[in-house]
Design a protein around this ligand. Sequence first.
Ligand code: ACO
Length: 182
Amino acid sequence: VTIRRATVDDLQAMQNANLSNLPENYSMKYYLYHLLSWPEASFVAVSTDVELEEQDEESDKTAKAEVQYVGVNEKVVGYVLGKMADDDTEADKTPHGHITSLSVMRSYRRMGIAEKLMRQCLYTLCEGFTAEYVSLHVRESNRAALHLYRDTLAFEVLSVEKSYYQDGEDAYYMKKVLKVDE
Ligand code: ACO
């Protein structure tokens, strides 16, 4: 599995992964808005398979099987959708980034993929966009994501936003101050 910058060609697969992994879903227009506005701030994790095709050659009595290279198949197994805050009504005018969405397909979890996606995104928001900190929302019940943000990546909980999610669940609003060397 490798991590690379997301491109417009990945958006459909990212949307599909989001639909499989999270109840918070977005229109294609919103994905496109991220890539058009902050093209360096979103990443995908892709697993690659080399596709080979067996071709039988029956030119003589002993049939020979020849393997031919067909191409490389890429499958998106995780993504992080990052952005800079662009809400003019927000009180805090400090340039800061925001993680809109992160997910990893079930059979690829607990392999460090989310951590790698997040670190790439944090680095780019800090170095490329001069974000002073990065914020995100996460469900109070989301133990896996909380572990990743709080324990692995050293985000801190700033506040609890009551009934932030459509089903009424509260969100932790989390923040990580970025330093140039992180
Ligand atoms: N329970 C406890 N800890 C966990 C769990 C779990 N289920 N899953 C991962 N962790 C820990 C790991 O042990 C690791 O800790 P360590 O640094 O102490 O070793 C750390 O979290 C990072 O693990 P990764 O392997 O990098 O995480 P993974 O690739 O499995 O992805 C994720 C974690 C993204 C939360 C995944 O479980 C997922 O896609 N869940 C569904 C979607 C989701 O909840 N996304 C986040 C929503 S919030 C938002 O989008 C802003």
